[in-house]
Design a protein around this ligand. Structure first.
Ligand code: THU
Length: 131
């Protein structure tokens, strides 16, 4: 059984693989799936800035492309040059992508290894868009 500290540690390890030569803001994410498997991701920037992919979406897309359809927890950490001073809140697009694969009560852990804030997905994206 993975706990929030373990998931955050995996997000932190993923952050070390961030490709962020433009912003130098490094982000890591780890997503837990229903079968307890874990996928991690980092932000991957591009010289054409809009082609950048956030850490959360990298992790979620890896999980989905491996056959998962339900995520049950997410951990996120980030900071300038990988120094995690405090919470790195997910952007709006990543919140919407989380809502596609996670339920409103899914926990989202944000922070540092030593100070982990806990939100529900509904806290972060109330009234998410759905079809
Ligand atoms: N970033 C993420 O990886 N996740 C977010 O939710 C917000 C922003 C990245 C994108 C870019 O590489 C850097 O942080 C600065 O915006």
């Amino acid at each position: 059984m993975i706990d929030k500290k373990d998931l955050m540690a995996k997000a932190n390890a993923a952050m070390s693989r961030a490709y962020a030569p433009y912003s130098h803001f490094r982000v890591g994410a780890a997503v837990l799936c229903e079968d307890e498997s874990i996928y991690t991701g980092c932000n991957i920037e591009n010289a054409s800035y809009g082609a950048t992919n956030c850490a959360e979406r990298t992790a979620i897309f890896k999980a989905v492309s491996e056959g998962h359809r339900k995520i049950t927890a997410v951990a996120i950490c980030g900071g300038p040059d990988g120094v995690v001073y405090g919470p790195a809140y997910p952007c709006g697009i990543c919140r919407q992508v989380m809502s596609e694969f996670g339920s409103p009560d899914m926990p989202v852990y944000i922070g540092t290894d030593s100070d982990i804030l806990e939100f529900t997905l509904a806290d972060l994206i109330p009234h998410a868009f759905e079809l």
